[in-house]
Design a protein around this ligand. Structure first.
Ligand code: UD1
Length: 337
């Protein structure tokens, strides 16, 4: 297939580009580079040995998005592009609703006009709200912040689109906590500001960009008191996208919801200690108060994806840490400008 990857320069998008090329698909990337550096594209071309066509514009521009489908041959879309910072979404809700919903409107309209029927959507375990432990796909969805609501709403919009047009084939992929990097160390997660998420924060402490990790609470009802999450290696996650896309080409179901996670929980302190092993030294940390809005425990029930996609996670927490450290130590400041 020739796959349009929106947000293909971003963290999960870039790893999925590599997986798609390795699986024999052709790629077109669209990205406005609002939260990604253009230099990632050269890295992707080096890794894949392919020229990657890139269109740099904002997908909320309906005319530009429609024009893209006029000039490029596209069989399927994987839609990653979107704002994703929880705290920022509370401060700027209209930006989040406008950008995340607007890009989906423009993309789906262009798909319909050009008869493109396959869409893989980048959703999140955040749609399980405060009920994220052992989540199965049939749980009711809700959110606790505007970012999360944009995911809940986009899922609903896509379900409604499929009711109106049952020839559509849509995958809603609910990711748990993506971490890690390609084993080459040449692509990885590159937060533009202070990292919000645990793994990139630990990696920046290890490389000397941050003084110490703050552990947000050790009084949760978990084995060691710190928050438990289902970390998934980004290369496993990318493989999940390829499996979902290929399933869409074979299924008669218009809408398919799949959790992408390992089914295993890891605490903040366990992840920190695994990272310390990868680096070979202890890393400074302190226990502070809980972060507002955090749940104690989040992990997937991935059995639906395991069975229906023939996909499961392969990589251990040790590999997640070793690969993150290889990326961070080889690229202490992230991608060059
Ligand atoms: C966060 C988002 C979630 C989003 C996901 C993407 C929040 C509240 N939730 O999930 O909506 O889909 O990222 O991956 O932001 N922690 C620390 N110190 C830190 C950072 C994190 O102790 O500096 C702890 C957290 O309290 C939590 C765990 O590490 O227990 C993981 O946090 P994080 O990486 O931010 O992910 P989530 O909160 O699960």
């Amino acid at each position: 297939m020739r796959v349009l990857v929106s947000g293909g320069a971003g963290y999960i998008g870039s790893h999925t580009v590599v997986a798609l090329v390795e699986a024999g698909h052709d790629i077109v990337v669209v990205d406005d580079f609002s939260n990604a550096k253009p230099t990632v594209i050269g890295r992707l071309e080096a890794l894949t040995g392919r020229h990657i066509p890139v269109h740099a514009f904002d997908l909320t521009d309906v005319d530009k998005t429609a024009h893209l489908f006029d000039i490029e041959e596209i069989d399927a879309v994987i839609h990653f592009a979107g704002y994703k910072a929880v705290g920022e979404s509370v401060q700027k809700p209209l930006d989040y609703y406008e950008n995340n919903l607007g890009s989906t409107f423009a993309l789906v309209r262009a798909m319909q006009k050009h008869g493109v029927d396959k869409l893989v959507f980048s959703s999140s375990a955040t749609v399980y709200g405060t009920d994220q432990a052992g989540a199965t796909e049939d749980r009711p969805t809700f959110a606790t912040n505007p970012y999360g609501w944009t995911k809940v709403m986009q899922e609903q919009i896509l379900r409604d689109v499929a009711v109106a047009d049952p020839s559509m084939r849509i995958a809603l992929l609910r990711y748990f906590n993506p971490v890690g990097a390609h084993v080459s160390g040449t692509i990885g997660e590159d937060p533009s500001d202070i990292p919000n998420n645990l793994m990139p924060y630990i990696a920046q402490v290890a490389v000397g960009r941050r003084e110490k990790l703050q552990v947000f609470g050790d009084d949760y009802d978990t084995p060691d008191g710190t928050g438990v999450r289902d970390y998934i290696h980004v290369v496993d996650l990318a493989a999940g996208h390829v499996a979902a896309l290929e399933k869409l080409a074979a299924t008669s179901e218009p809408v398919n919801t799949w959790n992408l996670g390992s089914g295993r929980g890891t605490s903040v302190l366990e992840l920190l200690h695994a990272f310390e092993k990868a680096v070979g030294r202890e890393l400074p940390h302190e226990i502070v108060g809980r972060r507002a809005g955090d749940v104690a425990t989040s992990y997937a029930d991935p059995s639906k994806a395991n069975e229906e996609l023939g996909w499961r996670t392969q990589k251990s927490v040790e590999e997640m840490c070793a690969d993150t450290w290889r990326w961070q130590s080889q690229n202490p400041e992230g991608y060059p400008d």
